[in-house]
Design a protein around this ligand. Structure first.
Ligand code: UD1
Length: 432
């Protein structure tokens, strides 16, 4: 099994370039099959979730040409099957976007129910409510979800909560439905806007993405497009926090600073410096940071996908901090791992009460999910001594070349096979 081996206590310094947004790319790739003309998508992150989705898209018969690591051409005219039952597709949450895309285009779809990170129960009732409001019949049977319709007709849909997945799925179906759809209380995340912009570049008529009301005028078909995905807000945020945690100085390039405001504001509040440029941010920390209160919220609030990373930083900050998780109920699984490195965190319901410690010790820890995995790597970068982080396939679901990018910033990190004692010994000898 591959693992990261990390020798900590080195400030990160230098420049890192952020890749395309995974969560935008998942919606955009699914949307791409809705045209019968060729679509070129650029700035694609080369991460596991994306490659699984591309495999599923190919499996139903679409033509997928990988132009290079970060660009793909998709043509949906060759699609033959409306059913996706691959074992691997259950591993990614975004499999349900294919349901929306196929339902919108072919008025029928059958997809294995989604999996993804186990960070709490993740119902899809709002997706189903949206599909039904647009005229579809939806059935669930033997782990599959099936949706079909004779006609799809626009409607007024109020979401009970600002769900990212439901907002994107409803946009996909409504883009090709007859008449007008209004989504109230939609999610406003940057990737919602990116998926809407992409659909519009294919001829859809979507207005208001990123605001409190999205209005969609259905069109008959979608055409060819060339589109570049926005930078990944969470990858950028992860490097910002890692820079601050290691008392480093890092210029994080290819970002949209506006998307990072909730993270920048918290870092500045606890004593780090965040300098914004047109498409970069520089994070510098020269001293031990201070405590704060954080509550995860839908965008523009503090993202739940940054919660484990910021909690790790606060575990090393002065005083007592609280982190309240309002989106997913089971997102503190990394706390026990952090405790093994010396962190002092008590979880009460959806609140983590963090008493800052001045240092962490290297330990053998295991990534419980994608973002928590990145948080444990951050902890290991700060800790005294050597740490290993297992189950890094979770991390590779969403971070491209994480170890390589960190090494570029001066970190002592290698990816090794946990059985390869020679490589582990060599690393330990190298770092002293
Ligand atoms: C997406 C992101 C994920 C991020 C999350 C919140 C992708 C592939 N994943 O996940 O990284 O953490 O947004 O920013 O883009 N809910 C319901 N019923 C529904 C849908 C959602 O009750 O039908 C609840 C969920 O349980 C959760 C909240 O709404 O408590 C938000 O979920 P949602 O925004 O839908 O998250 P995902 O789209 O699954």
């Amino acid at each position: 099994m591959e693992q990261y081996i990390i020798k900590g206590n080195t400030p990160l310094a230098g420049e890192v370039v952020i890749g395309g947004a995974k969560n935008a790319a998942l919606g955009i790739l699914a949307a791409a099959i809705m045209s019968d003309e060729t679509v070129l998508i650029d700035n694609l992150p080369d991460v596991r979730d994306i490659n699984v989705l591309l495999q599923a898209i190919e499996d139903i018969g679409a033509t997928v040409i990988r132009v290079d690591k970060h660009a793909v051409k998709i043509n949906g005219s060759t699609i033959k099957s409306m059913c996706i039952d691959l074992e691997i597709i259950k591993k990614i949450r975004a499999s349900y976007y294919l349901l929306g895309a196929m339902l919108g285009k072919y008025k029928q779809a059958k997809v294995a129910l989604p999996g993804g990170c186990n960070i709490g129960s993740r119902p899809i009732d709002q997706h189903i409510k949206g599909f039904k409001a647009l005229g579809a019949t939806v059935n669930m049977d033997h782990g599959m979800i099936e949706a079909s319709a004779d006609r799809l007709v626009g409607n007024h849909i109020y979401l009970d909560m600002a769900s990212v997945g439901a907002t994107i799925n409803i946009m996909l179906v409504a883009a090709l439905a007859e008449g007008k759809t209004i989504i109230e209380n939609p999610a406003k995340e940057p990737h919602i806007v990116d998926v809407a912009n992409f659909l519009n570049s294919m001829g859809a008529k979507i207005k208001g993405a990123g605001t409190d009301v999205i209005r969609i005028q259905g069109v008959e078909k979608l055409h060819a497009s060339e589109y570049s995905i926005i930078p990944d807000q969470i990858e950028a945020g992860t490097f910002m926090v890692a820079a601050a945690a290691t008392k480093g100085d890092v210029l994080i390039k290819n970002v949209i600073p506006k998307h990072l405001e909730s993270i920048s504001a918290k870092l500045e509040e606890i004593g780090a410096s965040v300098e914004e440029f047109d498409d970069a941010v520089r994070v510098v920390a020269t001293k031990r940071l201070s405590h704060t209160q954080i509550k995860t919220q839908p965008y523009p609030g503090f993202p739940t996908d940054m919660q484990p990373q910021i909690a790790t930083l606060l575990a090393l900050s002065e005083g007592t901090s609280t982190v309240t998780e309002n989106i997913f109920e089971n997102r503190f699984k990394y706390v026990d791992e952090l405790a093994r490195m010396g962190a002092s965190i008590k979880v009460e319901g959806n609140v983590a009460i963090i008493t800052g410690v001045s240092s962490l010790m290297g330990a053998q820890v295991s990534a419980p999910d994608l973002r928590a995995g990145a948080a444990l790597v951050t902890a290991a970068l700060v800790a005294d001594g050597v740490s290993t982080v297992d189950q890094i396939y979770f991390i590779e679901r969403g971070y491209e070349d994480f170890d390589l990018k960190l090494r570029g910033l001066g970190a002592n990190i290698e990816k090794v096979d946990s059985e390869d004692e020679k490589a582990i010994k060599k690393f330990k000898l190298k770092v002293g």
